[in-house]
Design a protein around this ligand. Structure first.
Ligand SMILES: Cc1cc2nc3c(=O)[nH]c(=O)nc-3n(C[C@H](O)[C@H](O)[C@H](O)COP(=O)(O)OP(=O)(O)OC[C@H]3O[C@@H](n4cnc5c(N)ncnc54)[C@H](O)[C@@H]3O)c2cc1C
Length: 707
């Protein structure tokens, strides 16, 4: 991609949309005019985590019983999500600046070295874990039996794998995020279900929120248990609550003397729930005298009276996952087991996820690394039409994509982990970008792997083994990978979440301009404030280091790619501004536009990670030769990523979004139901969402102890 590509016109063309709509020229409310410069996106982002958002001032709190769906309109859902946000930016953020057109390479390179002792302990643990996984774990057995054997769970606990990040003061290993995520890559490569078990426990289960928000007494009480291997789970989702936590209906009624809460409700898809000893439960406290109410987090003993795991759920992949439906009926929880204040539950969950989100990218990188190995070995061995299949260009392109993208995914995981360890930066955007990008690209990697394997890509490893062939689990990798785009914040929700953060500076500068119902005087003041902000900011987007031919020369062959990132970052900020100027308050509904803005940001973050990793590896000059060859992979990745970026930039203005929305409306209205003729719907009957009526359980309890 030539650097000139960046200089191409970036404003929407006259006949840009496939719908035939003619977008107006943006930019006419430019800075300095004091006019309506910024649109919004004010509540552009929904939530982020499993369902995220917050309950801080949860709309309509005070519902007393779980069961029938809470009636929550769009505005209330947005308010809940907005209240969950950490509104302050107390530390620098590479991601935030990237979206503002300010490429601050210094925030991500060079990364400080890990303390020698910490690195040594991390290496030793990873070596022990690797040996254990190689000698005592069979991914095939876990897949066959849909269960992680108890002795494997016990072995992991003996190694300390349930307390990797827990401080040694509480019996944990006290390792860094970097080594935690490297450990997940090892475990996730032998069995993604094990990575899910360990990460649901440590990234979103009890250890993380207790370490960050718990009292000293809670830390003393729970962290040693977690470190020893008592399994924990995180329970937010309900039948009616997925991406929208405002609908949460599990209740926590405070007792009259304030000593305890009584929980009632049903939680769905509780990873580890079937085997958990401890639960983090999100429940709504009704507002009353002395109780501010709202969604609140509790630690709950899984064996407490009134808790029933009614079913173990089965999925497309992750067959070893012990995921359940958990009912709470009159479950008494001591007030001392509340985490943080009432009403802060979702904020706690969201803050926890700012770093907790990095474990899914680690699982995706694990799949990528395995895909490189399988694709390389198979494609050089399998001969068709007189050549190894890897030498046919169509397959060669896939191999290049798999290898280059895996290099970038690992770079993203390592960089994001180092940023988390450094504790000097706000990494909410980087972690969210990592989750979004790694799960989307990881999916493409394993899909291409299945294609490269041909018919064997679709056959199970057990079937191949029964025929006497190597049992390669490519189809399982695809099935196991798919969920990463859905849980811990679906890709759609992650894009909204990141878009909200990306436009935050604009909202701070010009928010009231687009808010309905704001009096004229305040609007005028907001316009003046916005004018001041944009008069200073817009000129910074015109030129930058990316236009200086020798800039970033220390990165050798990758310098041109970093110049591209710098230029593209400014362009990204400009087009975001155009979008705001054009759509103003309606921008928050332009999910196609916002999604592409975020996807470009994700590519730029991944390019930054890949280039800085290559440079760091070269400086380290390790014996395995990655110093020299890493540049080749980083360069290949950047070439591919730049093409994707350019495509996304052009699609900002030339797309079928408006037409698609119109077609979708007609689909929803039933205009095309004739299209469904001629097929038989094999689904079993039943409601789309089962009613979660509160009350005692009518099922056997399938909870069991593991390990
Ligand atoms: C295997 C598995 C394990 C899980 N583990 C846990 C767990 O341990 N704890 C827990 O609490 N939860 C868990 N979950 C729940 C998971 O986090 C949710 O499935 C996820 O948050 C999505 O919610 P939903 O399935 O209800 O989808 P919905 O919210 O119903 O969304 C349906 C679709 O609409 C899209 N959508 C929704 N809202 C918007 C919007 N505003 N704009 C654009 N698009 C939108 C979504 O992206 C999705 O594509 C798990 C789920 C699975 C399948």
């Amino acid at each position: 991609m030539s650097e000139r590509a960046q200089q191409q016109p970036e404003q929407p063309s006259q006949d840009a949309t496939g719908s035939g709509q003619h977008p107006e020229q943006p930019g006419q409310h430019a800075a300095g005019s004091g006019q309506h410069a910024a649109g919004s996106g004010q509540h552009a982002a929904g939530s982020g985590q499993h369902a995220a958002g917050s309950g801080q001032h949860a709309a309509g709190s005070g519902q007393h019983a779980a069961g029938p769906a809470r009636l929550v309109d769009e505005r209330q859902a947005r308010q809940v999500a907005e209240a969950a946000r950490e509104s302050a930016w107390l530390q620098p953020s590479f991601g935030k600046q990237l979206f503002l057109g300010d490429f601050q390479l210094g925030l991500v390179y060079p990364q400080p070295r890990q303390d020698d002792d910490l690195a040594r302990r991390g290496e030793e643990f990873c070596a022990r874990l690797r040996e254990f996984c190689e000698t005592s774990v069979s991914g095939a057995v876990i897949e066959r039996d849909a269960k992680i054997p108890d002795e494997v769970v016990k072995g992991l606990a003996d190694l300390g794998a349930f307390g990797i990040k827990i401080s040694p003061e509480y019996g944990g290993l006290g390792l860094s995020y970097l080594y935690y995520n490297r450990a997940l890559i090892i475990a996730g490569s032998v069995s993604p279900a094990i990575a899910a078990l360990l990460s649901a426990h440590q990234s979103i289960g009890v250890p993380q929120p207790i370490a960050q928000f718990g009292t000293d007494e809670q830390k003393q009480r729970y962290l040693p248990r977690c470190a020893r291997g008592e399994i924990s789970a995180f329970l937010l989702t309900e039948p009616d609550v997925g991406s929208d936590p405002a609908r949460l209906s599990t209740t926590a009624e405070p007792s009259a003397d304030g000593s305890e809460y009584v929980l009632n409700g049903v939680k769905l898809w509780t990873t580890n729930g079937v085997v958990a000893d401890l639960l983090v439960v999100m429940a709504r406290v009704p507002r009353s005298d002395g109780h501010r109410g709202g969604i609140t987090a509790f630690v709950v003993e899984a064996k407490a009276d009134g808790i029933t795991v009614e079913q173990r759920n089965k999925f497309m992949g992750l067959r070893g996952l012990e995921n359940g439906v958990t009912r709470f009926y009159q479950v008494r929880v001591p007030a001392s087991d509340r985490i943080g204040e009432e009403g802060r539950g979702l904020k706690i969950a969201l803050t926890t996820l700012n770093t907790g989100r990095l474990s899914l990218p680690a699982s995706c990188a694990a799949a990528g690394k395995l895909a490189v190995k399988i694709a390389r070995e198979w494609s050089s061995e399998r001969v068709q039409w007189g050549r190894p299949v890897g030498e046919h260009e169509a397959v060669a392109r896939k191999l290049s994509f798999i290898a280059a993208t895996t290099y970038a995914l690992e770079a993203v995981v390592e960089l994001s982990s180092q940023l988390a360890d450094g504790k000097r930066q706000d990494i909410r955007i980087e972690a969210a970008l990592a989750k979004l990008y790694c799960s989307e690209m990881g999916w493409q990697i394993v899909d291409e792997l299945v294609q490269v394997r041909g018919g064997r890509g679709y056959e199970t490893a057990a079937s191949m083994a029964a025929r006497g062939e190597r049992g390669i689990p490519a189809e399982q990798m695809l099935r196991d990978m798919r969920i990463n785009r859905i849980f811990e914040g679906s890709s759609e929700i992650m894009r909204l979440f990141i878009a909200r953060e990306a436009v935050d500076a604009h909202l701070a500068a010009a928010g009231e301009l687009i808010e309905p119902g704001v009096p004229a005087g305040r609007k005028a003041r907001a316009a003046a404030k916005a004018g001041g902000f944009y008069a200073k900011w817009l000129p910074t987007l015109v030129t930058g280091k990316g236009q200086q031919p020798g800039a970033y020369a220390e990165f050798g062959p990758l310098a041109g790619n970093l110049r591209y990132v710098e230029r593209a970052s400014r362009k990204l900020a400009r087009v975001t501004f155009y979008g705001m100027a054009r759509w103003q308050g309606k921008l928050e509904r332009k999910q196609g536009f916002l999604g592409r803005i975020v996807d470009i940001g994700a590519e730029l973050y991944a390019m930054s990670a890949a280039c800085t990793r290559a440079q760091q590896d070269a400086a380290d000059a390790t014996a395995d030769g990655r110093g020299e060859t890493g540049f080749e992979l980083a360069s290949a990745f950047c070439t591919q990523a730049r093409l994707r970026c350019e495509e996304l930039f052009s699609q900002l203005w030339a797309n079928s979004d408006a037409a698609d929305v119109a077609v979708s409306r007609r689909v929803l209205a039933g205009r095309y139901t004739w299209l469904e003729d001629g097929v038989i719907d094999p689904s079993t009957p039943g409601p789309w969402v089962a009613a979660a009526e509160p009350g005692p359980s009518k099922h056997d309890n399938v909870h069991r102890h593991a390990g």
